[in-house]
Design a protein around this ligand. Structure first.
Ligand SMILES: Nc1ncnc2c1ncn2[C@@H]1O[C@H](COP(=O)(O)OP(=O)(O)OP(=O)(O)O)[C@@H](O)[C@H]1O
Ligand SMILES: [Mg+2]
Length: 253
């Protein structure tokens, strides 16, 4: 895993991620083709906070998987930090993800048999960091999400909101360029959900981009940029609460 180097993202190199004329299609019934994304071009900047909304089945998770390099476009180009992801092999993409991309999902995806600390350390297992440093970073990330006093609890000994915090700590521990979150509040009550969003927005404050899929309009409204997907088309929704010319739009100061 150590033979492929990715230079750390710098603020001066343009967008972190771009889709250029990307389509995504799946085989439908009876040989038909189901086009989920139609000729989509968009860019995600460094430190940008983006919500993705749209009806169930519209392709939100599909779009997130493409942006996160978990799945590949049917046609078109995905660039990560200027590099053509299509030209990478699966192994190189998995190294990229392991080193630089954080994922948070609705169902937490924690390992039931190990502690919060070990779950977070798992997120660092493909780095070259020595075990002591992985442990240190994992403990710091858990501290950052308010679980400094739950390091040795297993998932079943934590509430749903706490389990999602562990998943967020696992994403943060690698100090990612970008965090992708697919309905991270979907399994939580409304209040806990907003606390989780607070945490993600604050965590992204350290410079990571955040792209979050949500069904919840009140959560989407907290993001300076919102993308809507429906019938294969991705559109930008109006930016809430701020004039388009406001330079503070990114909420990053
Ligand atoms: N691997 C696949 N093979 C075939 N069809 C797929 C595949 N993955 C997704 N689809 C189809 O693509 C469409 C979009 O799915 P996707 O999961 O992206 O929707 P979504 O907007 O995330 O929905 P939800 O809000 O319910 O999570 C759906 O009709 C789905 O059935
Ligand atoms: Mg989905």
């Amino acid at each position: 895993m150590n033979d492929i180097e990715f230079a750390p993202a710098g603020p001066e190199h343009g967008a972190l991620l771009t889709l250029e004329h990307v389509t995504k299609a799946f085989p439908g019934k009876d040989g038909s083709v189901l086009e989920i994304l139609h000729d989509t071009s968009l860019a995600i900047d460094r430190s940008e906070l983006v919500a993705i909304v749209g009806p169930s089945g519209s392709g939100k998770s599909t779009l997130l998987s493409l942006l996160g390099t978990l799945d590949m476009p049917t046609s078109g180009i995905l660039r990560y930090d200027g590099g053509d992801v299509n030209a990478m092999g699966e192994r190189q993409r998995s190294v990229l993800r392991a080193a630089r991309i954080g994922f948070v999902f609705q169902q937490f995806h924690l390992t039931a048999t190990v502690s919060a600390l070990e779950n977070v350390m798992t997120g660092l297992q493909y780095t070259t960091l020595p075990r002591g440093e992985r442990r240190q970073r994992a403990a710091e990330a858990l501290e950052q999400v308010g679980l400094g006093n739950r390091l040795h609890h297993r998932p079943a000994q934590l509430s749903g909101g706490e389990q999602q915090r562990v998943a967020i700590a696992r994403a943060l521990a690698k100090r990612p360029d970008i965090i992708f979150a697919d309905e991270p509040t979907g399994a939580l009550d409304c209040e806990t959900g907003h606390t989780i969003v607070d945490l993600l927005l604050t965590a992204a404050d350290s410079g990571a981009s955040l792209v979050m899929v949500t069904h919840d309009q009140t959560i989407a409204a907290r993001f300076p940029r919102r993308l809507h997907i429906q019938d294969g088309l991705v559109t930008e929704l109006d930016k809430p609460n701020q004039a388009p010319s406001d330079e503070g739009l990114s909420a990053k100061g």
